[in-house]
Write a protein that binds this ligand. Structure first.
Ligand code: GLY
Ligand code: MN
Ligand code: MN
Length: 466
C-alpha cells in the first residue's frame, strides 16, 4: 500500500474519484507550481510543489497542470517534455506521459494545448473551477489561461472546490499519518541536536546550520523557515546573528518535511546555561501546564477555540501566581487581558503544509458557517477554531511572550489595568519568550501525539543540557 518515497497510483486515483463525486459537471483545474527565481531567471529557490496538486496528482516536478473534465469524463496532465537544451543543463526526466502514468493518468498534452483546451471550454460557457492563487506567477498564468483580470481572481475561485478539497485533505489516511510521523521524527532529531549542541559563545546561525543540515541529511528539508533565537518573544524571528550567552533562553521552532512533503512543526525552549533560572523555570512550568491542559482537552467535538481559551486561562492562573497578573483568570481571558502574554493562537491544522491548506482561506479551513473567525487581537491569529474531528492533525503550541513594546503601549493606554500588574511586568520586560509545540492526530477517543517523544518538561530539558 505504502512506500517511503511514493504512494501507489491507487491512492491518487481514489482521491480524484472522491473529488469528482462532489461535482456533476464542468472542469476542475489544478495548477502545479513553477520554478521561482531568486535573483535572476535561472537561479531558483528550491522547488516546492503546490500541496493540493501533490495531493491529487502526486507529481513532484514543476510546470504542470491537471484538468479533471467531468463533462468529458477525462483527466489530463498538461506539461512540456524537456528539450535537449534542458536535458544538457538539468539532466533527463521521465516524460510527462510516464510521470502521469505513475499516478494513474493516461492522457497528457502540452502546456499550449492546455491554453486551447480552456479556451474551448470558455467558449462553450463551461464551468472552470480553480483554487485561489498565492503566487504572483500563478496569478498571471491563470489570467492568461482564463481571461480573468488578476485583481478579480480572488473573487472568481471556486468556494465549492475549496470546500471539497478541505473536506478531503483534513482527514489524514493511515499512509499520510505515517508520513507525518516521519516528518515529526526528523524534526525531533533536529531539536535534540540543537538542545545538545548549544554552548555559550556560539552564534545562533551556527546552530541553525546544524539543524537545517539534519533535515537535509535526512533526505528532505525544512517545512518552514527555522525560528532559532534568544529573542523568543518575537513570534516569527528569522534573525540568527545573536551570540548565545549564559542566562539566555533559546526558542527553537523547526520542522522537517517527510519524503512526500508532509510537515513536522515542533518547538522547544531551553536555557543556554545548563539550567533554567528560577524565573525561567516558573514561566516554563506555566507554559507546560497550559500545554498539558490543552492536550488533555483534545477530543472529537471539542471546539479548538475553547481549548485555546482554556490554555489561555491556565497561563493567566500561573501568571497570577507569580504576581504578574491579578484578578480572576476567567474574567481576564474573557476581557482579553491574556493577549499581553499570548498574542497568537494555540495551534493550527498541519499536513502537506505546515499551516495546512491556509492558502485556501483560514475561514474555510479553521472555521465553519456557524463559527466565524474573530477579528479581535489574539483570536484573529487563531487559525483553527472549529470542532475537532477524528483524522485531523493539528499542533498545540502555547507560549508566553514578553514584548517590551507592547507593555509600554498598553501601559500608556491604561489597558487591562484590572488584570495586569504593570510595575511587576516592567521588572521582567526583557524576559523573552517561551513556547512548546507538538503535533497530534485526533482519534475517536481523544488524541495521539505524533512521532517519538521529545523531552518536554523543564527537568527533562535540563537533563539534556547537562
Ligand atoms: N512554525 C510555525 C508555527 O508554529 O505556526
Ligand atoms: Mn505551529
Ligand atoms: Mn512551529
Amino acid at each position: 500500500m505504502e512506500s517511503n518515497s511514493k504512494f501507489e497510483a491507487q491512492v491518487y486515483i481514489h482521491r480524484r474519484k472522491v473529488l469528482k463525486e462532489q461535482f456533476t459537471d464542468g472542469l476542475i483545474l489544478l495548477m502545479g507550481n513553477n520554478e521561482s527565481s531568486m535573483n535572476f531567471r535561472d537561479n531558483w529557490y528550491p522547488f516546492r510543489q503546490d500541496s493540493s496538486f501533490l495531493y491529487y496528482v502526486g507529481i513532484d516536478t514543476p510546470e504542470l497542470a491537471c484538468v479533471i473534465d467531468l463533462d468529458e469524463d477525462q483527466e489530463i496532465v498538461f506539461g512540456d517534455d524537456l528539450s535537449m537544451d534542458h536535458i544538457i543543463w538539468t539532466g533527463p526526466l521521465p516524460s510527462v506521459a510516464d510521470r502521469a502514468a505513475q499516478v494513474g493518468i493516461s492522457q497528457t498534452d502540452s502546456l499550449s494545448a492546455l491554453h486551447k483546451y480552456l479556451q474551448t471550454a470558455r467558449q462553450k460557457n463551461r464551468k472552470i473551477r480553480f483554487l485561489p492563487p498565492y503566487r504572483a506567477d500563478r496569478e498571471e498564468q491563470l489570467h492568461q489561461l482564463l481571461g480573468i483580470p488578476v485583481s478579480q481572481l480572488n473573487a472568481n475561485f471556486s468556494p465549492e472546490l475549496v470546500n471539497a478539497v478541505i473536506a478531503q485533505r483534513s482527514y489524514k489516511s493511515a499512509e499520510e499519518v505515517s508520513q507525518m510521523e516521519q516528518a515529526v521524527n526528523i524534526s525531533n532529531e533536529m531539536h535534540r541536536l540543537a538542545i545538545q549542541s548549544a554552548r555559550p559563545g556560539m552564534k545562533e546561525f551556527e546552530l541553525v546550520g546544524q539543524v537545517r543540515g539534519k533535515a537535509i541529511s535526512s533526505g528532505g528539508d525544512i517545512a518552514y523557515p527555522i525560528i532559532l533565537t534568544i529573542n523568543g518573544q518575537t513570534l516569527h524571528n528569522h534573525y540568527y546573528g545573536n551570540t548565545l550567552s549564559e542566562g539566555d533562553m533559546i526558542l527553537m521552532d523547526a520542522g522537517s518535511e517527510s519524503p512526500l512533503h508532509y510537515a513536522g512543526d515542533l518547538t522547544r525552549t531551553f536555557p543556554v546555561s545548563k539550567k533554567f533560572s528560577s524565573l525561567q523555570k516558573d514561566m516554563y512550568n506555566i507554559v507546560y501546564t497550559a500545554y498539558q491542559k490543552a492536550v488533555d482537552a483534545l477530543h472529537p467535538g471539542a471546539l479548538f477555540r475553547d481549548i485555546h481559551l482554556l490554555a489561555s486561562e491556565e497561563l493567566v492562573k500561573g501568571l497570577v501566581g507569580l504576581g504578574i497578573m491579578k484578578g480572576d483568570p476567567k474574567e481576564a481571558v474573557a476581557a482579553g487581558a491574556h493577549t499581553m502574554f499570548f498574542q497568537c493562537g494555540l495551534g493550527h491544522m498541519i499536513g502537506l503544509d505546515v499551516h495546512d491548506m491556509e492558502d485556501l482561506g483560514e475561514q474555510f479551513v479553521g472555521y465553519s458557517k456557524d463559527l466565524q473567525k474573530s477579528t479581535e487581537f489574539g483570536l484573529k491569529s487563531l487559525r483553527l477554531g472549529k470542532a475537532l474531528e477524528p483524522g485531523f492533525t493539528i499542533t498545540v503550541e502555547p507560549g508566553i511572550y514578553i514584548i517590551p513594546e507592547l507593555i509600554d503601549r498598553w501601559e500608556a493606554d491604561k489597558q487591562y489595568t484590572d488584570f495586569i500588574n504593570y510595575p511587576k511586568l516592567q521588572e521582567i520586560r526583557n524576559f523573552g519568550g517561551i513556547r512548546v509545540e507538538d503535533n497530534f492526530l485526533i482519534t475517536d477517543e481523544g488524541s495521539q501525539k505524533l512521532g517519538h517523544y521529545l523531552p518536554l518538561n523543564a527537568d527533562e530539558i535540563e537533563a539534556m543540557r547537562s
